[in-house]
Design a protein around this ligand. Sequence first.
Ligand SMILES: Cc1cc2nc3c(=O)[nH]c(=O)nc-3n(C[C@H](O)[C@H](O)[C@H](O)COP(=O)(O)O)c2cc1C
Length: 231
Amino acid sequence: MRLNMPISERERSVPADQRLVSATDTRGIITYCNDLFVEVSGYSREELIGSPHNLVRHPHMPAAVYAHMWEYLQAGKSWMGIVQNRCKNGDHYWVSAYVTPILDGGRVVGYESVRMRATPEQVRRAQALYARLNRGQPAAPLSEKLGVLARFLLLPVLAAVLGPALWLAGHAGAGIALLALLGLGQALVTMAFVKRAMLKVAMAAPKAFPASWWRAPTPTTAARWRVCSWR
Ligand SMILES: Cc1cc2nc3c(=O)[nH]c(=O)nc-3n(C[C@H](O)[C@H](O)[C@H](O)COP(=O)(O)O)c2cc1C
Protein backbone atom coordinates (compact mmCIF):
# COMPACT_ATOMS: atom_id res chain seq x y z
CA MET A 1 0.00 0.00 0.00
CA ARG A 2 1.52 3.26 -1.12
CA LEU A 3 1.72 6.02 1.52
CA ASN A 4 1.74 9.45 -0.09
CA MET A 5 2.77 12.16 2.36
CA PRO A 6 2.58 14.88 3.56
CA ILE A 7 -1.08 15.82 3.72
CA SER A 8 -2.66 19.16 4.50
CA GLU A 9 -6.21 19.61 5.76
CA ARG A 10 -7.00 21.84 2.78
CA GLU A 11 -9.71 20.74 0.39
CA ARG A 12 -9.36 21.64 -3.26
CA SER A 13 -12.61 22.48 -4.99
CA VAL A 14 -13.79 20.49 -7.99
CA PRO A 15 -16.09 22.29 -10.48
CA ALA A 16 -19.62 20.94 -10.03
CA ASP A 17 -20.44 20.65 -13.72
CA GLN A 18 -17.24 18.99 -14.99
CA ARG A 19 -15.78 15.49 -14.88
CA LEU A 20 -12.31 14.30 -13.93
CA VAL A 21 -11.43 11.43 -16.24
CA SER A 22 -8.52 9.02 -16.25
CA ALA A 23 -7.84 5.64 -17.84
CA THR A 24 -5.37 2.90 -17.02
CA ASP A 25 -4.06 -0.30 -18.49
CA THR A 26 -5.08 -3.56 -16.83
CA ARG A 27 -2.39 -3.13 -14.13
CA GLY A 28 -3.59 0.32 -13.07
CA ILE A 29 -0.91 2.33 -14.88
CA ILE A 30 -2.31 5.67 -16.04
CA THR A 31 -2.64 5.87 -19.82
CA TYR A 32 -4.90 8.91 -20.13
CA CYS A 33 -6.18 11.85 -18.08
CA ASN A 34 -8.27 14.81 -19.12
CA ASP A 35 -7.21 18.41 -18.51
CA LEU A 36 -9.32 18.81 -15.36
CA PHE A 37 -7.82 15.68 -13.76
CA VAL A 38 -4.33 17.04 -14.46
CA GLU A 39 -5.21 20.50 -13.14
CA VAL A 40 -6.86 19.33 -9.90
CA SER A 41 -4.15 16.74 -9.15
CA GLY A 42 -1.38 19.36 -9.25
CA TYR A 43 0.85 16.95 -11.19
CA SER A 44 1.93 17.53 -14.77
CA ARG A 45 0.53 15.27 -17.47
CA GLU A 46 4.03 13.85 -17.92
CA GLU A 47 4.19 12.90 -14.24
CA LEU A 48 0.78 11.22 -14.39
CA ILE A 49 0.95 9.24 -17.64
CA GLY A 50 2.91 6.05 -17.09
CA SER A 51 2.60 6.23 -13.27
CA PRO A 52 0.59 3.77 -11.18
CA HIS A 53 -2.77 5.31 -10.24
CA ASN A 54 -1.91 5.12 -6.54
CA LEU A 55 0.20 8.24 -7.20
CA VAL A 56 -2.92 10.19 -6.19
CA ARG A 57 -3.87 7.87 -3.32
CA HIS A 58 -4.85 9.68 -0.13
CA PRO A 59 -3.53 7.94 3.03
CA HIS A 60 -6.96 8.21 4.71
CA MET A 61 -8.53 5.92 2.08
CA PRO A 62 -8.95 2.39 3.50
CA ALA A 63 -7.22 -0.39 1.55
CA ALA A 64 -10.53 -2.31 1.59
CA VAL A 65 -12.14 0.27 -0.69
CA TYR A 66 -9.60 -0.33 -3.44
CA ALA A 67 -9.62 -4.09 -2.86
CA HIS A 68 -13.39 -3.95 -3.45
CA MET A 69 -12.93 -1.83 -6.56
CA TRP A 70 -10.35 -4.20 -8.09
CA GLU A 71 -12.48 -7.22 -7.23
CA TYR A 72 -15.33 -5.69 -9.24
CA LEU A 73 -13.15 -4.61 -12.15
CA GLN A 74 -11.41 -7.95 -12.42
CA ALA A 75 -14.79 -9.65 -12.48
CA GLY A 76 -15.65 -7.46 -15.51
CA LYS A 77 -18.06 -5.27 -13.48
CA SER A 78 -18.25 -1.51 -13.00
CA TRP A 79 -17.67 0.03 -9.58
CA MET A 80 -18.97 3.20 -7.99
CA GLY A 81 -17.63 4.79 -4.84
CA ILE A 82 -16.72 7.96 -3.01
CA VAL A 83 -13.00 8.62 -3.22
CA GLN A 84 -10.68 11.07 -1.52
CA ASN A 85 -7.59 11.83 -3.60
CA ARG A 86 -4.41 13.58 -2.65
CA CYS A 87 -3.06 16.47 -4.72
CA LYS A 88 0.66 16.79 -5.31
CA ASN A 89 1.00 19.48 -2.59
CA GLY A 90 -0.89 17.39 0.01
CA ASP A 91 -4.32 19.01 -0.43
CA HIS A 92 -7.22 16.70 -1.18
CA TYR A 93 -10.51 16.52 -3.07
CA TRP A 94 -13.55 14.27 -2.82
CA VAL A 95 -15.20 12.75 -5.86
CA SER A 96 -17.88 10.24 -6.71
CA ALA A 97 -16.10 7.84 -9.06
CA TYR A 98 -17.55 5.50 -11.66
CA VAL A 99 -14.92 3.02 -12.83
CA THR A 100 -15.53 0.64 -15.73
CA PRO A 101 -13.58 -1.93 -17.72
CA ILE A 102 -12.67 -0.87 -21.29
CA LEU A 103 -13.45 -3.69 -23.72
CA ASP A 104 -11.91 -4.37 -27.09
CA GLY A 105 -13.48 -7.25 -28.95
CA GLY A 106 -14.87 -8.67 -25.71
CA ARG A 107 -11.45 -8.53 -24.01
CA VAL A 108 -10.66 -6.16 -21.13
CA VAL A 109 -7.83 -3.87 -22.27
CA GLY A 110 -7.94 -1.31 -19.48
CA TYR A 111 -10.13 0.67 -17.12
CA GLU A 112 -11.63 4.14 -17.11
CA SER A 113 -12.74 6.32 -14.22
CA VAL A 114 -15.15 9.23 -14.56
CA ARG A 115 -15.43 11.35 -11.43
CA MET A 116 -17.72 14.14 -10.37
CA ARG A 117 -17.64 16.32 -7.28
CA ALA A 118 -19.02 14.45 -4.27
CA THR A 119 -21.88 16.08 -2.38
CA PRO A 120 -21.31 17.17 1.26
CA GLU A 121 -23.65 14.35 2.35
CA GLN A 122 -21.65 11.74 0.39
CA VAL A 123 -18.42 13.08 1.92
CA ARG A 124 -19.88 13.01 5.44
CA ARG A 125 -21.01 9.41 5.10
CA ALA A 126 -17.80 8.27 3.40
CA GLN A 127 -15.67 9.92 6.12
CA ALA A 128 -17.65 8.15 8.85
CA LEU A 129 -17.44 4.79 7.06
CA TYR A 130 -13.74 5.08 6.16
CA ALA A 131 -12.82 6.13 9.72
CA ARG A 132 -14.55 2.96 10.97
CA LEU A 133 -12.72 0.79 8.43
CA ASN A 134 -9.38 2.41 9.28
CA ARG A 135 -9.98 1.60 12.97
CA GLY A 136 -10.56 -2.03 11.96
CA GLN A 137 -14.26 -1.86 12.84
CA PRO A 138 -17.01 -3.41 10.71
CA ALA A 139 -18.62 -1.18 8.08
CA ALA A 140 -21.95 -0.95 9.92
CA PRO A 141 -22.01 -0.26 13.68
CA LEU A 142 -23.80 -2.82 15.87
CA SER A 143 -26.50 -0.26 16.77
CA GLU A 144 -27.31 0.11 13.06
CA LYS A 145 -27.54 -3.66 12.55
CA LEU A 146 -29.76 -3.97 15.62
CA GLY A 147 -31.92 -1.10 14.33
CA VAL A 148 -32.49 -2.89 11.02
CA LEU A 149 -33.18 -6.17 12.81
CA ALA A 150 -35.64 -4.51 15.19
CA ARG A 151 -37.42 -2.76 12.33
CA PHE A 152 -38.14 -6.00 10.54
CA LEU A 153 -38.43 -8.45 13.44
CA LEU A 154 -39.94 -6.61 16.40
CA LEU A 155 -43.55 -6.41 15.20
CA PRO A 156 -43.70 -9.95 13.68
CA VAL A 157 -42.18 -11.43 16.86
CA LEU A 158 -44.66 -9.52 19.03
CA ALA A 159 -47.50 -10.74 16.79
CA ALA A 160 -46.24 -14.33 16.92
CA VAL A 161 -46.01 -14.32 20.72
CA LEU A 162 -48.90 -12.12 21.84
CA GLY A 163 -51.51 -13.22 19.26
CA PRO A 164 -51.51 -16.93 20.19
CA ALA A 165 -51.07 -16.04 23.90
CA LEU A 166 -54.26 -13.95 23.85
CA TRP A 167 -56.02 -16.71 21.90
CA LEU A 168 -55.01 -19.34 24.47
CA ALA A 169 -56.11 -17.04 27.29
CA GLY A 170 -59.59 -17.08 25.78
CA HIS A 171 -59.40 -13.72 24.02
CA ALA A 172 -59.45 -15.01 20.44
CA GLY A 173 -60.93 -11.77 19.08
CA ALA A 174 -58.28 -9.63 20.72
CA GLY A 175 -55.58 -12.04 19.48
CA ILE A 176 -56.79 -11.73 15.88
CA ALA A 177 -57.15 -7.96 16.16
CA LEU A 178 -53.61 -7.67 17.54
CA LEU A 179 -52.23 -9.85 14.74
CA ALA A 180 -53.98 -7.70 12.13
CA LEU A 181 -52.79 -4.47 13.76
CA LEU A 182 -49.18 -5.57 14.05
CA GLY A 183 -49.28 -6.93 10.48
CA LEU A 184 -50.50 -3.54 9.26
CA GLY A 185 -47.82 -1.78 11.31
CA GLN A 186 -45.11 -3.99 9.77
CA ALA A 187 -46.42 -3.32 6.25
CA LEU A 188 -46.25 0.46 6.89
CA VAL A 189 -42.71 0.22 8.31
CA THR A 190 -41.56 -1.84 5.29
CA MET A 191 -43.21 0.56 2.82
CA ALA A 192 -41.49 3.56 4.47
CA PHE A 193 -38.15 1.73 4.34
CA VAL A 194 -38.51 0.81 0.65
CA LYS A 195 -39.66 4.35 -0.24
CA ARG A 196 -36.68 5.84 1.50
CA ALA A 197 -34.24 3.39 -0.09
CA MET A 198 -35.64 4.23 -3.56
CA LEU A 199 -35.37 7.94 -2.83
CA LYS A 200 -31.73 7.50 -1.87
CA VAL A 201 -31.01 5.71 -5.14
CA ALA A 202 -32.69 8.59 -7.02
CA MET A 203 -30.71 11.17 -5.03
CA ALA A 204 -27.41 9.38 -5.74
CA ALA A 205 -28.06 9.48 -9.50
CA PRO A 206 -30.60 12.29 -9.99
CA LYS A 207 -30.10 12.51 -13.75
CA ALA A 208 -31.04 8.84 -14.21
CA PHE A 209 -34.61 9.52 -13.05
CA PRO A 210 -37.13 12.01 -14.44
CA ALA A 211 -37.61 14.86 -11.93
CA SER A 212 -41.36 14.11 -11.84
CA TRP A 213 -40.68 10.64 -10.35
CA TRP A 214 -39.21 11.80 -7.10
CA ARG A 215 -38.83 14.74 -4.77
CA ALA A 216 -35.75 15.45 -2.64
CA PRO A 217 -36.43 15.35 1.13
CA THR A 218 -36.97 18.64 2.92
CA PRO A 219 -33.99 19.86 5.00
CA THR A 220 -35.86 18.80 8.17
CA THR A 221 -36.42 15.25 6.86
CA ALA A 222 -32.79 15.02 5.71
CA ALA A 223 -31.60 16.17 9.15
CA ARG A 224 -33.84 13.57 10.82
CA TRP A 225 -32.33 10.88 8.58
CA ARG A 226 -28.87 11.93 9.71
CA VAL A 227 -29.84 11.56 13.37
CA CYS A 228 -31.47 8.15 12.84
CA SER A 229 -29.09 5.22 12.67
CA TRP A 230 -30.86 3.66 9.67
CA ARG A 231 -29.10 5.40 6.82
C1 LIG B 1 -9.33 3.38 -13.82
C2 LIG B 1 -8.78 3.45 -12.42
C3 LIG B 1 -8.87 4.63 -11.73
C4 LIG B 1 -8.36 4.74 -10.43
N1 LIG B 1 -8.48 5.92 -9.78
C5 LIG B 1 -7.92 6.05 -8.56
C6 LIG B 1 -7.97 7.29 -7.89
O1 LIG B 1 -8.54 8.28 -8.35
N2 LIG B 1 -7.37 7.38 -6.67
C7 LIG B 1 -6.73 6.32 -6.09
O2 LIG B 1 -6.19 6.47 -5.00
N3 LIG B 1 -6.71 5.11 -6.70
C8 LIG B 1 -7.29 4.96 -7.90
N4 LIG B 1 -7.26 3.74 -8.54
C9 LIG B 1 -6.78 2.57 -7.76
C10 LIG B 1 -5.27 2.45 -7.76
O3 LIG B 1 -4.88 1.73 -8.90
C11 LIG B 1 -4.81 1.71 -6.48
O4 LIG B 1 -5.41 0.43 -6.45
C12 LIG B 1 -5.17 2.45 -5.21
O5 LIG B 1 -4.70 3.76 -5.23
C13 LIG B 1 -4.62 1.73 -3.98
O6 LIG B 1 -3.25 1.81 -4.01
P1 LIG B 1 -2.30 0.83 -3.18
O7 LIG B 1 -2.18 -0.41 -4.02
O8 LIG B 1 -1.04 1.56 -3.02
O9 LIG B 1 -3.01 0.56 -1.89
C14 LIG B 1 -7.76 3.61 -9.82
C15 LIG B 1 -7.67 2.42 -10.52
C16 LIG B 1 -8.19 2.33 -11.81
C17 LIG B 1 -8.10 1.03 -12.56
